[in-house]
Structures are given as structure tokens and as C-alpha cells.
Design a binder for this molecule. Structure first.
Ligand SMILES: [Zn+2]
Length: 77
């Protein structure tokens, strides 16, 4: 009887990782930063995240910066 084979780590409040389908709220580019606000969350590209950085961090419940993990976007063009 092996009931304890797989231990699932407790869910840390880790927001979902940004994907290529996440689009900047301002320009529609691939999102690099997710900002969780009390009203919901917004995603921004690196450029706009930087542009609004101060305001966003002041309001953010959670600020997830994924600008470092540059995943090549799959383009269907
Ligand atoms: Zn943008």
C-alpha cells in the first residue's frame, strides 16, 4: 500500500506564467509583466511595464516581472 508516493507541494500563490497569448494591455505586444490589482490583473510588454513601473508597483497586489525570461514567440506569419 503506497498512499504517500506522490507529494504535491502546497499551492503557493504563484500566478500563472505569462504565455505568448498574453498581450500588452496598451499596445498588444507580447506581455512580459503581469500586474495583479485588487480589481483584476493587467499584463504589459516590457516597454509599457517600464513606462508605468512606478504607478503599477504602487497599486500592485502582485507584480510578476518576466522580462528576463524571453521566450521566443511562435509567429504564424
Ligand atoms: Zn506595450
Amino acid at each position: 500500500m503506497s498512499v504517500n508516493a506522490t507529494v504535491t507541494p502546497a499551492a503557493h500563490a504563484t500566478p500563472a506564467t505569462l504565455t505568448a497569448s498574453d498581450r500588452c494591455d496598451r499596445c498588444g505586444a507580447q506581455a512580459r509583466v503581469r500586474v495583479v490589482l485588487v480589481t483584476g490583473d493587467l499584463v504589459f510588454c516590457a516597454h509599457h511595464a517600464k513606462a508605468y513601473d512606478e504607478k503599477l508597483r504602487a497599486k500592485a497586489v502582485e507584480y510578476v516581472d518576466e522580462t528576463h525570461s524571453l521566450v521566443t514567440e511562435m509567429s504564424n506569419n
